[in-house]
Write a protein that binds this ligand. Structure first.
Ligand SMILES: C[S@@+](CC[C@H](N)C(=O)[O-])C[C@H]1O[C@@H](n2cnc3c(N)ncnc32)[C@H](O)[C@@H]1O
Length: 308
């Protein structure tokens, strides 16, 4: 389908698609990442064009807007402000001490046990754990296009992806984000960032997902959009998928990060893609998007995934 038709179908007007050139300054790494992922994003968007469903087209528009940096002035202002916060944190030597739950450790050192207390500078943590501009922008445009109300993030960290999600909701004029994080000092820094950006539509919940998720979901249901970016363990990811599904709105959209983090994360992603409740899935190599069907009733993963 022609781009204009996709934009028109998804309600995107010309006025919103004007300012390609004045986008906040990107680093060469951003350019490289953009170039590397452009074909994947383009292919996924073209595949979604074939769907008769408006929501799939909106996801396609978000993919195209991300890669082409099609950004309206107000959107660019928000992205620029968040990138300023990122830049400040990348030069911040202050150290945070927190319990590392092991989600960021691809390989565990022999003899090390999680959770263990670690000290990291804000700069180190921001560089290693925060979503890069490409992926943060994708989240932003997904929320701009889909206009969800109840949004959930697992894995706040310093609040970069949360800020992009919160800013998109602000621009939508509606909707709230609840974001959850186990490391208290890290969550405090995220809260500071949200406040300094004026993102009063974000609530930070501190605690391990395993413990906080049931009550958070009971309070927030129905969830229309979820970003799962923490505890990259296949079994845990399937359990979170199952839990969030049971509190999800009809036609909710879930985004999973690090779907190829490990063998068991890849296999969890394949299980999610094959789940009967998932109508469309988009594989962007490191991130996966799934669009739940209209009535995402319990297709039911085996019960072992529900055990705490
Ligand atoms: C990759 S970082 C999130 C980055 C963030 N979404 C961003 O892009 O700005 C993952 C976060 O999840 C948190 N985390 C990992 N396992 C967790 C668990 N079981 N419960 C709660 N938080 C957890 C970690 O402390 C870490 O801050």
């Amino acid at each position: 389908m022609h781009d204009d038709m996709v934009h028109a179908k998804a309600g995107v007007t010309d006025a919103r698609l004007k300012s390609k050139s004045a986008h906040p300054r990107a680093s060469w790494l951003d350019f490289l990442q953009n170039a590397a992922f452009a074909p994947k994003f383009g292919y996924a968007a073209a595949r979604l064009d074939g769907s008769p469903e408006l929501r799939a087209h909106k996801v396609g528009v978000a993919l195209r807007r991300t890669i082409r940096a099609e950004t309206a002035i107000d959107e660019m202002t928000w992205q620029g402000r968040i990138e300023t916060v990122r830049r400040e944190m990348k030069s911040c030597k202050a150290e945070l001490s927190f319990l590392d739950h092991g989600a960021g450790a691809r390989k565990r050192r022999p003899g090390s046990f999680y959770p263990s207390t670690v000290r990291r500078s804000v700069a180190e943590l921001c560089t290693s754990a925060s979503k890069s501009r490409l992926w943060a922008r994708l989240l932003f445009y997904l929320v701009r296009e889909l206009k969800p109300q109840g949004c959930l993030e697992l894995g706040t960290c310093l609040g970069i992806s949360g800020s992009y999600l919160g800013a998109a909701l602000k621009l939508n004029g509606d909707g709230r984000l609840t974001t959850t994080e186990a490391a208290v000092s890290v969550a405090e820094r995220a809260q500071y960032n949200f406040s300094s950006l004026g993102l009063n539509n974000i609530e930070v919940v501190t605690g391990k997902f395993q413990e906080s998720l049931p009550t958070t979901l009971a309070r927030l249901a129905p969830i229309e959009f979820a970003f799962i970016d923490g505890h990259h363990d296949g079994t845990a990811t399937l359990r979170y998928f199952e839990q969030i599904c049971s509190s999800a709105a009809s036609q909710a959209v879930f985004v999973f990060d690090d779907i190829r983090w490990s063998g068991d994360m890849s296999s969890a992603w394949r299980t999610i893609q094959a789940d009967s409740r998932v109508e469309h899935s988009v594989d962007l190599w490191s991130m996966g998007i799934c669009l739940l069907s209209e009535t995402a009733e319990d297709g039911g993963l085996p019960s072992e995934f529900m055990a705490g």
